[in-house]
Design a protein around this ligand. Structure first.
Ligand code: P1T
Length: 381
């Protein structure tokens, strides 16, 4: 099955009890048993839910994995992955990542004896230097949030395998339409399904996808034992969003390209971060491992002028000033005060995340209207 067919059909059959073509929302917390232990595979809705099961199968197919495991948010999904580790274990992570992911490692898991090290993995030598006997997990985001660095998943997995270290890729920014890390050797893929998978900014949800049965068993165990599960209506919304994933992401990529090129020509702009540009430092690897360059664009104004950045952020009308990304509507954000406020300033500055950086999540509107909107906002500077 090709991707555009999988999004609509993989794991999805008409409902066995009614023939409903769309997966019903099984809004129930429990299931009748004929006799103790004699049931239809569903006992209690934290453990299993038919709406969630369909979504889990669909997600597994999209990522070319075997098992999907759903959670109440992207961070709940990450939390479950980290719970597979033991005190004393070390996580090597990319040094540019979503602020909440950084915070989960630093402010929660370090208390329980895990150690997080955040390094520049665009240079593979850094990884080879830092990997040790204690390293048990490599955490990748690619493209990264918000600097849009791209790391070489295949090369990193090769090193990780040599050291028997698991690799998890947060595939939120790319979506499985643009990139399937399990095909490149990753052990685990995770998503904030709140973003491109859901696609309509109306649900918070997380997912993990793996190929390996043992890993899946551990994750299903944690899903049930810790209980951070999504409700059936949220699963329904993600299933519905996924049906147009390929169409939405394709258009977002086209729009983002045009906007990135427009911004780059603009005299008030110092730098545009977009992996599609030939002179982006990771362009070659992005071209190799992704099917297109994504719908996210970041940029900095001349002289890193914070006051001017605030003017731009306050003067768009189609681009809504808001956290999040990956919806049909375009959003504009200020990572330093919004999505990445939990990362210490000196850490942010090391990766180029200045106080004036602006991040765009480009939606699927008419691109000329979007460019006009940015033009007007830039005129306010
Ligand atoms: O918000 P939640 O569904 O819990 O997902 C967390 C998360 C995980 N991974 C990445 C790469 C993310 O970008 C996010 C959430 N990010 C935003 C809300 C944002 O605006 O960047």
């Amino acid at each position: 099955m090709k991707f555009g067919t999988k999004v609509i059909h993989a794991g999805i059959e008409p409902d066995p009890t009614s023939g409903a073509v769309m997966t019903p929302i099984y809004q129930t917390s429990t299931y009748a048993q004929e006799a103790p232990g004699k049931h239809k595979g569903f006992e209690y809705a934290r453990t299993q839910n038919p709406t969630r099961s369909v979504l889990e199968k669909n997600l597994a197919a999209l990522e070319n994995g075997k098992f999907g495991i759903c959670f109440g948010s992207g961070l709940a999904a990450m939390d479950a992955i980290l719970k597979m580790l033991e005190p004393g274990d070390e996580i090597l992570s990319v040094n540019d990542l979503y602020g909440g992911s950084f915070r989960l490692i630093r402010a929660i898991y370090e208390k329980f004896g895990l150690k997080g090290k955040f390094i520049d993995m665009t240079n593979i030598k850094n990884l080879e230097k830092k990997i040790s006997k204690k390293t048990k997990l490599i955490w990748l985001e690619t493209p990264t949030n918000p600097m849009l660095q791209v790391v070489d998943i295949k090369a990193i997995c090769k090193i990780a395998k040599k050291h028997k270290v698991k690799v998890c890729v947060d595939n939120t920014f790319a979506s499985p339409y643009l990139q399937t890390p399990l095909d490149l050797g990753a052990d685990i893929v995770t998503h904030s399904a709140t973003k491109y998978l859901g696609g309509h900014s109306d649900v918070v949800h997380g997912a993990v996808i793996v190929k390996d049965k043992k890993l899946a068993e551990q994750l299903y165990f944690i899903q049930n034992a810790s209980g951070a599960v999504p409700g059936p209506q949220d699963c329904f919304l993600i299933l519905r969003g996924i049906k147009t994933l390929h169409l939405r992401v394709e258009r977002a990529c086209q729009n983002a390209w045009k906007i990135a090129k427009y911004l780059r020509r603009h005299p008030k702009i110092e730098k545009v971060f977009y992996p599609g540009f030939k002179d982006h430092p990771n362009h070659k690897i992005a071209k190799k491992q992704m099917r297109d360059f994504g719908g996210m664009v970041s940029f900095d104004l001349k002289n890193n002028d914070v006051k001017n950045a605030m003017k731009v952020l306050s003067n768009t009308h189609l681009f809504t000033l808001a956290e999040s990304l990956g919806g049909v509507e375009s959003l504009i954000g200020h990572p330093a005060s919004m999505t990445h406020a939990s990362i210490p300033r000196e850490e942010r500055l090391k990766v180029g995340l200045t106080d004036s950086l602006i991040r765009l999540s480009v939606g699927v509107e008419d691109v000329n209207d979007l460019i006009n909107d940015l033009e007007k906002a830039l005129n306010s500077v």
